[in-house]
Structures are given as structure tokens and as C-alpha cells.
Design a protein around this ligand. Structure first.
Ligand SMILES: [Zn+2]
Length: 301
């Protein structure tokens, strides 16, 4: 019998994730996490193949675990209350909202988690997610909101809430044409930005696009194959290549800070620089965006 892959996690899957009461660091990869920290009912292991169960669970936990991995890499200390923006979100993120409870189990001090999904494919919904008995007893709260907007429009709207971290899962920067304006908003949001890719080679492609958008200020803190990628492979029917969710990861921690500081420097030096024929940085970025936007056609961010 094979595992049926549903977009949303099956009830009970979250309860299988142990509480990280000793505040341990993540193990080296997804497989080790599932083996050490997920107590799958014995009857499930009797009915289904082990590899299928691991693939199933990793498919649902790859997003929160990728975020936790990134937080560890940049030594981001979790707070009692956290707000996460998921940009370029789609239906997969919407139906998989319960998986975010993994953060509650792994971060003992996290009490209030608000995950905000933003993307034109999303419905506009605000949900308080039903959490497990243990989380309830600890008075934890998990809210998932979604907005059918481009990030730029969400950022400029009244509903904007400042995030602690912004994530773009499998964003496909080269495919969609509206990400440029939205990405540039990150310089004003001023928080770490995590970007993931479906393919390993897409890591370099997406970083090139970040460079085209931000210039050399798009310095990544980490850029590597993600050890917490989903273990479930997919086959691309066009290129006949295998890919998986969150295969590659890029982490930008000071995307906004450097640029703002440099723009401020330009402002201070102002005319002196322009007299020498050097354009302020923000003008250069605007020109790059115009050039790139004309080469892509769809809308996602
Ligand atoms: Zn729980």
C-alpha cells in the first residue's frame, strides 16, 4: 500500500513531533530530524513503507524546518511572539497551515506565532489554527492569515504588520515578473530574508536575479543545498528533471540595512558625487529593474 500525498497534513501528524524541551539544536538533516524527533504510530510503519512515510512527513515539515534551520544559521533568537511573512504564497501554503505548529514544538519560548501568507493566488482569510492539547495547555496561539495581494501592495496597505523574518518558498524569481517591486520592499522591511528553490542550480540563478535587483548589496549570508528540503522527489515533465521543495536555500540578513546606509551616504555626499558623473545607488537600481522587468511576463509576488 502506498502513501496518498495530500496537500494538507493528516490529523495527528503534528502531535508526532516531540517537544524540544532541552532547547537542542537541529540535527544535520531532515531524515535525522524525522527519525529522532517524530514518533510515528507503529501501525503506520507496519502499513506503509518507511521511505514513503519519511517523504510524506518531510513534504509537510520542510517549510517550518527550513525556517528553523535558517534561524539557527543566522543565530536568530526566537521571541515569545513572532510574525513570519511568506511571500509568493499559493494554495500549497494555504492548506498546509497546520505544519507551522512545528515551530511551537521546537521553540519552547514561542507563545504567539502569526504566519502571514501573501500572494495573488491566495484567498483573503484569517484563521486561528487548532493546535494540539500540549500547545493549548501552554496557552500558545497560532494564527495564519492570507492575503490575495502582491507583496508590494500588501506592504503599502493598512493591513501591513512588520515581520521578524520574510520567506519566499520556491519563489521562482526567473519566472514571475512582479517580484522586483516586491523584493525592493524588503529594503524597507529590514529583516532577514530567506529564499528557497526547487532545484540546486536555481540557487545561482536566483542569486543572480537578487544581484540584478539590489546590486552588490545582495550579499548572501548562506547559499547552499538545503538539508531540510522535502525528501519527496517530483519530476519536471518538460525538462525531465527531478526536483524537490526547498532544495536550495539562500539567506540574506542585511539586505535593507546596507542599501539604506549607502543611500544615506549618497544623500550626504549628494552633489559632489553627481558632479563627478556617478549616479546615486537608488537610481542605478531603478534602471536595472526596468531592464529586467521587460524580460519576464507572469505575476506571482
Ligand atoms: Zn502542539
Amino acid at each position: 500500500m502506498g502513501v496518498t500525498f495530500k496537500a494538507g497534513p493528516i490529523p495527528g501528524i503534528i502531535e508526532s513531533v516531540l517537544y524540544n524541551t532541552n532547547a537542542e539544536s537541529l540535527p544535520a538533516n531532515m531524515k535525522l530530524f524525522l527519525e529522532r524527533y517524530c514518533k510515528v504510530e507503529k501501525f503506520i510503519m507496519k502499513v506503509f513503507k518507511r521511505t514513503e512515510v519519511l517523504m510524506y512527513m518531510s513534504e509537510h515539515f520542510t517549510r517550518p524546518l527550513t525556517l528553523l534551520y535558517a534561524m539557527e544559521k543566522i543565530r536568530f533568537r526566537s521571541q515569545e511572539s513572532m510574525t513570519i511573512h511568506v511571500v509568493g504564497a499559493n494554495n500549497f501554503e494555504e492548506v498546509g497551515q497546520q505544519a507551522w505548529e512545528v515551530l511551537m514544538h521546537w521553540l519552547p519560548n514561542l507563545i504567539f506565532l502569526r504566519v502571514i501568507l501573501i500572494g495573488p493566488e491566495c484567498a483573503t482569510v484569517n484563521t486561528q489554527v487548532t493546535i494540539c492539547k500540549i500547545c493549548n495547555a501552554k496557552e500558545k496561539k497560532l494564527y495564519v492569515e492570507s492575503y490575495g495581494l502582491l507583496y508590494k501592495d500588501y506592504f503599502e496597505g493598512r493591513i501591513f504588520t512588520k515581520p521578524d523574518i520574510v520567506v519566499g518558498f520556491n519563489a521562482g524569481l526567473r519566472i514571475y515578473n512582479t517580484w522586483t517591486d516586491s523584493l525592493l520592499m524588503l529594503t524597507r522591511v529590514k529583516c532577514p530574508f530567506i529564499l528557497t528553490t526547487f532545484w540546486e542550480e536555481e540557487i545561482d540563478i536566483d542569486h543572480e536575479i537578487m544581484l540584478k535587483t539590489f546590486g552588490h548589496f545582495a550579499r548572501y549570508t548562506y547559499r547552499e543545498k538545503n538539508p531540510f528540503a522535502s525528501l519527496r522527489p517530483y519530476r519536471d515533465v518538460v525538462n525531465i528533471k527531478v526536483f524537490s521543495r526547498n532544495c536550495g536555500i539562500l539567506i540574506y540578513t542585511k539586505l535593507g540595512q546596507n542599501q539604506l546606509e549607502t543611500n544615506f551616504t549618497n544623500l550626504l555626499l549628494g552633489n559632489q558625487i553627481n558632479d563627478k558623473g556617478i549616479q546615486p545607488l537608488n537610481m542605478k537600481i531603478e534602471q536595472r529593474n526596468t531592464q529586467f522587468s521587460s524580460s519576464v511576463s507572469e505575476e506571482m509576488w
